[in-house]
Design a protein around this ligand. Structure first.
Ligand SMILES: [Zn+2]
Ligand SMILES: [Zn+2]
Length: 611
């Protein structure tokens, strides 16, 4: 039933009238509680109930999924405790009916190319190469800084040579990641770039993939469900990037979905990252493929730590900038600075409309929360003392030092200039050789709120540091008052595992070890007891006002504005629980949640909420 409600999350049986062809994956019209609704055909029923209604008709000639994709959707529903109908809706773009039925051009053969032998030079690479050519397995690959695109191209080439198709998942569409462009160029006509686009073109492309027109699909999150007929490889580029996780509920992660899909299809999953995520490192089923310590040491730049200077102007960094012909300065904040005090009345700066914090950018002060022009909440004045610390201010002072143009660049750095940007500018721009990479406000970045704050800061630093080139090339300078912190030390040692060994302990202490499913559950007064009975690893019950104490990193406060995916506010008498489920009891948890949803005791389940 195409009704995304946990309480109705079960198959319903209908009779297929004589002459109506509707294999698994067909969309049909069926009567349901006096209405006609759409339903997915899931296959023949095991048991036939006494009274069975007829299918009213076929809604489309397209067979939207086969048994293998259905198995993936079923897995998805179990893992994220979400209705099967919601899982299927994740995998199929909104229909544009006039594109159906669809003639599909035959797939071109992949262009013959040279067979590079880079993968096999990595530790564990021989096993990966063999799996790509017809076997299966799940791998965590840590490429050398310049190797990402070349490794992806080689892996996809090996997969195609073995007669199977491949998916390349990238975390964002704009700017087009270097790895995506390189793979597109390497395989030409065989590639479908499934990245954004208007609904009609997107649906057309999806139908063509389903029809076997392409051998390679490049896309962001939804492409993990791409209906390639013979899947051999799912390659996740920049696996630690936040873009690989869905923001809306169910907040799935392509690494988990990709791994499940690879297992069900007998294919290969590769999670590739210069700095893998805590989840990937904690997953014992991922075989590690890396270049080895000596090769890694030679390929990564030397990283210096210095005490933070005023507004980021540490003496060492200033000295390097004076002779730099290219560089990147990573700032933790956009804009120019933060208004601290009203110049008219001397009160702390706050928005007159909503009391929010006031930021200055491009010469204007505006409220961070409501966007209103900056006016003092106390006296209405518009002149503020500003603490100058954002990327715009950094670009201002750097321009007085560097001998080359200094620019603020949201897309990332370029040769011949010094670029200033936030983490959003740290994109996959391909190999670079910058003279200087400066990481300003390192302590503010690594202390960002949220469980994944430190690891995402580190992943960003590794990607930026790679732009300085191998040892003996450019300089990497980290401004920090805590050079011994594991996040900083992991970068200095060019060893993400140094951080993860310590991070795991911190996450376990907080009750959220990597690899353990987490759910936010809303329901009635009996909810807490029902969850306790499931012996969860960790259970937090909302205090007054729905707050869930003890979740944020110590010393940090969550100032993230609510997003569209945020669940609605707590109702009167409602319990909100945050529960960490032991992986082995996930199935029992899912059954209990569905039972409680049917009984009206659970109103909402959100998998993997932002913590
Ligand atoms: Zn405001
Ligand atoms: Zn004032």
């Amino acid at each position: 039933m195409r009704v995304p409600r946990l309480a109705l999350d079960r198959p319903f049986t209908y009779r297929l009238p004589e002459g109506l062809e509707a294999p698994t994956g067909s969309l049909v019209a069926v009567p349901f509680h006096g209405r006609v609704v759409e339903g997915w055909v899931l296959g023949p029923a095991d048991e036939i109930p006494d009274r069975v209604a007829d299918v009213r008709g076929l809604r489309s000639g397209v067979r939207f999924f086969d048994e293998r994709l259905l198995a993936l959707y079923r897995w998805f529903g179990q893992r994220y405790v979400t209705p099967l109908a919601s899982a299927i809706d994740r995998g199929i773009p909104p229909r544009v009916v006039s594109e159906e039925p669809f003639p599909v051009a035959p797939a071109p053969g992949p262009p013959p190319g040279p067979r590079p032998e880079r993968v096999v030079r990595y530790e564990g690479g021989g096993h990966l190469a063999a799996a790509l050519e017809g076997g299966s397995g799940t791998f965590l690959v840590r490429p050398l800084p310049d190797d990402e695109a070349a490794l992806a191209i080689e892996a996809i080439g090996r997969c195609l040579a073995g007669g199977r198709d491949a998916v390349l998942l990238v975390p964002e569409a704009h700017p087009l990641p270097h790895t995506a462009a390189a793979v597109r160029d390497a395989f030409g006509d065989a590639v479908c770039v499934f990245l954004q686009g208007e609904p009609r073109a997107r649906y057309r492309a999806w139908l063509d993939v389903l029809g076997g027109r392409y051998r390679v699909v490049i896309g962001s999150r939804p492409a993990v469900f791409a209906p390639l007929p013979s899947l051999g490889l799912v390659w996740i580029s920049r696996e630690a990037h936040a873009g690989h996780r869905e923001d809306r509920s169910p907040a799935y992660h392509v690494r988990d979905v990709g791994a499940a899909r690879a297992r069900l299809a007998g294919a290969v999953l590769v999670a590739a990252s210069l700095c893998p995520s805590a989840e990937a490192v904690a997953d014992p089923s991922l075989e590690v493929v890396r270049a080895g310590r000596d090769a890694e040491q030679a390929a990564w730049p030397v990283v210096e730590t210095v005490r933070p200077g005023p507004e980021g102007r540490a003496r060492r960094l200033v000295a390097l900038l004076k002779s730099a012909r290219s560089g990147f300065l990573l700032s933790s904040r956009p804009g120019y600075g933060v208004a601290r005090v009203c110049r008219a009345c001397g009160e702390p700066a706050a928005c007159a409309a909503c009391g929010g914090a006031l930021d200055q950018a491009r010469g204007r002060v505006t409220c961070r929360a409501c966007g209103a022009p900056g006016r003092c909440a106390h006296c209405g004045a518009t002149d503020f003392g500003v603490q100058r610390r954002g990327a715009e201010r950094v670009a201002e002072w750097a321009a007085r030092i560097a001998p080359v143009p200094v620019r603020e660049g949201a897309a990332g750095p370029a040769p011949g200039a010094v670029t200033v940007g936030t983490a959003a500018a740290v994109n996959d721009v391909g190999p670079l050789r910058l003279d200087v990479v400066g990481i300003l406000d390192a302590d503010r970045m690594r202390l960002r709120p949220g469980l994944a704050g430190p690891e995402q800061a580190l992943a960003t630093w590794f990607e930026a540091a790679a732009w300085a080139g191998p040892r003996g090339g450019g300089h990497v300078v980290v401004e920090t008052a805590h050079p011994g912190d594991p996040v900083v030390q992991a970068l200095v040692r060019s060893d993400p595992w140094y951080f993860h060994a310590r991070e795991r302990a911190r996450r376990e202490e907080a009750g959220f070890p990597p690899g353990f499913p987490v759910f936010r559950v809303r329901g009635g007064a009996g909810l807490t007891d029902r969850l306790e009975a499931l012996d969860p690893l960790h259970l937090l019950v909302a205090g007054e006002g729905g707050g869930l104490g003890g979740v944020a990193r110590p010393g940090a406060s969550d100032t993230r504005p609510p997003t569209a995916g945020e669940p609605p506010k707590e109702n009167e008498g409602e319990r909100v629980c945050l529960v960490t489920v032991r992986p082995e009891s996930l199935a029992a948890f899912g059954r209990t949640m569905r039972d409680l949803a049917r009984a009206g005791e659970v109103t909402r389940v959100d998998a993997e909420p932002h913590l």
